[in-house]
Design a protein around this ligand. Structure first.
Ligand code: FAD
Ligand code: FES
Ligand code: MG
Length: 282
């Protein structure tokens, strides 16, 4: 069992948790993830390792469906069944020169650990954090400290640049040479934003989020097409060369189980109503 050391809400439907998991914490590197299971009957879900502190790892997640809503109801002192990891290949964080890290929504959670690793390798690091509005902006302070420069964008103009992170990326590329870019966020945002760097031939990484089950390359559920070949995101990724990813295929596969996921969330919510609230033991 794995103890939740701290739990807090960062924004609407977005939770941050520190979980004691010494084996994972001692081996985790930037870009890796865990697969966790809340209890014996629970499904497995992948979440990025967003930071490490001693024996604990931090996860930051959006409550989108049954399992993430269930997890959001847990508090400090509660325990969850399994935390497997660290999984996936670490980010390539050698010296490139100037690196830009672009985060969209909850994808921003993955960036500070990458920013710190890139800084440690001697890179200049520029962060761009985007969100629909200012209440959904994540980790501004932490990204401000981890990066040499931090730029903010909101779709509605409530904070920072009024527009998309992709526009800020264009501005940075227009003013100085950029040698590598990370874009982490919803699949559509990554698909659109990586077109900014394609004409300039800038090395661009995205972290893919297909449905994962075992996380060890055995079940095949996380297959994605990269450069025309089938890859398993859990062992070959989750980071890939953005300009070689078949994003349309990824987005289609992400929708595969939507009817079942909707039904599962509705059943969970109905059960919560029947027993009178947000008890995580529901
Ligand atoms: P459901 O209602 O079951 O599903 C909602 C949507 O989530 C689905 O339509 C599908 O797109 C996706 N999803 C569902 N099951 C899975 C699954 N087993 N694996 C992957 N995606 C699934 N989310 C975060 O908020 N923070 C993170 O740091 C984060 N890191 C991730 C790292 C990796 C490597 C991957 C692959 C995904 C990551 N995700 C992250 C997405 C997260 O795993 C899903 O949001 C979560 O599994 C949804 O579970 P659910 O039961 O609450 O929702
Ligand atoms: Fe099963 Fe990747 S999650 S092969
Ligand atoms: Mg689910």
């Amino acid at each position: 069992m794995f103890r939740i050391e701290k739990s807090e809400q960062l924004a609407e439907k977005i939770c941050q948790m520190w979980i004691r998991a010494p084996h994972v914490a001692h081996h985790a590197q930037a870009g890796q993830f865990v697969i966790l299971r809340i209890d014996e009957k629970g499904e497995r879900i992948p979440l990025t390792i967003s930071a490490v502190d001693g024996d604990a790892i931090r996860i930051i997640f959006m409550a989108v469906g049954k399992t993430t809503n269930h997890l959001a109801a847990f508090h400090a002192g509660d325990h969850i069944q399994d935390v497997a990891g660290p999984l996936g290949k670490p980010s390539e964080t050698h010296k490139f020169g100037t690196c830009v890290l672009v985060g969209g929504g909850v994808g921003t959670a993955s960036l500070p650990i990458i920013a710190r690793a890139l800084k440690a390798s001697g890179n200049r690091v520029i962060g761009i954090v985007g969100a629909r509005n200012k209440s959904l902006l994540l980790l501004e302070d932490e990204m401000g400290k981890a990066c040499d420069e931090l730029l903010i964008s909101t779709d509605d103009g409530s904070k920072g640049f009024h527009g998309f992170a992709a526009d800020l990326l264009k501005q940075v590329m227009a003013r100085e040479p950029v040698h590598a870019v990370w874009i982490i966020g919803p699949a559509m945002m990554m698909k659109v934003t990586c077109e900014v760097t394609r004409p300039a031939g800038i090395r661009t990484f995205v972290s893919l989020n297909p449905v994962m089950v075992d996380g060890t390359g055995m079940c095949g559920s996380c297959r994605v097409i990269v450069d025309g070949a089938t890859k398993f995101a859990c062992v070959d990724g989750p980071e890939f060369d953005a300009h070689k990813v078949d994003f349309n295929g990824l987005m289609q596969r992400l929708r595969t189980y939507q009817p079942e996921e909707k039904e599962s969330l509705e059943k969970y919510q109905a059960h919560l109503c029947a027993c009178g609230g947000g008890d995580h033991h529901a």
